[in-house]
Write a new protein. Sequence first.
Length: 714
Amino acid sequence: MSDERQAVRHLLVLEDSEGRRPILLEAATYSIGRDPTNSIVLHSKMVSRQHAILFRVTSPETNSYLFRLIDGDLQGKRSTNGTVVNGQRIVAHDLRTGDMIVFGGDVRARYLALTNMTDTEFQDFCRSTDVLGFLSKSTNPFATLVPLREGNIENFSEAALVRLASYPELTPNPILEVDLEGKVTYLNPAAVMQFRDLQQQKLAHPLLLGLPELARYMKQTQEKVHVREVEYQGRIYEQSIHYIYESELIRSYVMDVTDRKRAEEQLRNQARREAIINRIIQAMRTTMVAAEVLQITADLLLEALGSTLCLITQTPAPNSPTYASRPQFASLPKDLIALNQQAIALFEPTLRKGEQVVLAADCTDLPEPLPRDLKTLNVNALVITPLIYLGQLLGQITLLECEWEPSEATSVLASDRSLWQQTLPKSWTPEDLSLLKTIADQCALAIHQAQLYQQVQELNADLERQVRARTAELEQKMQELERLNAIKDDFLSTVSHELRTPMANMKMAIHMLKQFATDDRQKRYLDILANECNRETELINDLLDLQRLEAGRSQIQQEVIDLDSWLPTVLEPFRNRMQQRQQSLEVLRPATLPPLLSNRHALARILAELINNACKYSPAGAQIVVRFDPIGGDRLQIQVSNPSEIPSEELPRIFEKFYRIPNADPWQQGGTGLGLALTQKLVEQLQGDISADSAAGMTTFTLTLPCAAGDPST
């Protein structure tokens, strides 16, 4: 808040249904009405939506101005209930200090022109509890309430009033006019507000400086518009200068472009930064070799920041840094390498924190011999930026500003003075350091990726060696397994043949014994012997069949099977067996079944295995269900269900060879564990599918087989 006293303040004190409020008039124009879009909103239904317009009118000869009140809107439409000033209904009125205004017969307002008041006095005045009541008194105790003199109003010529609704009066940008002698002929309100000292400085003011000479030049060259930039009180203005030939006046349109210039500069810097970063990123993408990545980064950094020398070192090998320099060295001087090592070692704790280190040769707090070495090598300044990725210090980027004499550089530099001038030191701006930090982060990421790539390459090579060795080992073991499998097949074939011959003899002998009368005990033993012989024969047959199916030496011949006539002959024997255990067999099938393309012997063996298992694992009184359902016209689904449940952990293993479900045989019938394995192989030979489900006390085997195409008789 300023304690300086200002010349004039224009104030409008309003009182409506929302209460009393003062409004400081600073803009060039105000719209007044009850519509919320108005500049001054009046809270009353008696007031029109757009009730009145308030314009600021400026005198061309002075910095003074007044406000004109016009009833109605900008299109010329009058308000409904009118506007009254000092008891008189008006169309337009130039306001004077103390004027009492009534909008729509309901909202009261008082216009004041206050002079010679500080900000504090003005705020205290605005907080007065009864401003309108106080102003209605006949006397005015405040010396600061000074009305405009009648003479002041007369000074507002007709030409000034013509400008009332014109662009110069309403625009927020300053507009000024001067004649060829440099005398100010017009200032719009914005120019008066922004350049208060223009009248005092006259031609010495930056906006007027050189205008008469420029106008005469424009008159000679017939140039109509000239644009220049002017700096004034830390701001940048774009001044568009027009020479008006008819009146020999110079009109200037002034625009504050400070923010735009700053934004443009920021955009240019940002574009420059992004272009550099993109170039480095694109270059990094062309290679995954760390040394190439560092060289690309050094070259582009030197080009971007214009330093003398760029060194990039990798931890833990700083003795052979990647570098780029202007001019280019045939080989990097060892003294510079030693200086870089010395600075890195000295500030390593700071670098590990991810912070940059900026050193200048004139620093007084550097430990020896660093200042002496900087001076000896003509290094004016250097900045070290750490390369950190995931908290790990991978290296450093060092930029050096050196001031070398031509004799200290290459022969090319010595012969060209302009190259030596390019090596003069420069200062690093915060933007440069920020750009360097960003590039360092990208470089650290590229180094990390290159290291990962190298590790992956090494791992791939090692993995490839391991795979080759493992493959050779597996091939050797596969050959050994094939040899063992062949031996096993030969063994099973031989053993089965050797077992089969005595079994045939046993069966024949038993058959002969049964032809003669024997007592009951002898007959019972002979029955036992016959049963065991049959079981042994079935085991041998199962082993042989399974071995042939696994070896692929058994090809099942398919034929068309008429299920309607064939099925009863297969299922009927099971009914008698089930009656012995008080079990029942229910067959669910449509009236007519489609013919199957299958093998009678194999299909009978599959059904026998599934139904036998259902009987074997079901208690007395259980019902076994066999269901036939055609699927899609080309497949037949057969389901065998019985009231028993297979544990979920055992279910995946039931088709394995020699596997039997533990503690699941209520009849103690026993078995070899080959039945379901053989059944699965037979189903595969018949181009079908088999699966098992068991839940809620029921087990269901589902068999799907292909149907025969066309008429089964063919």
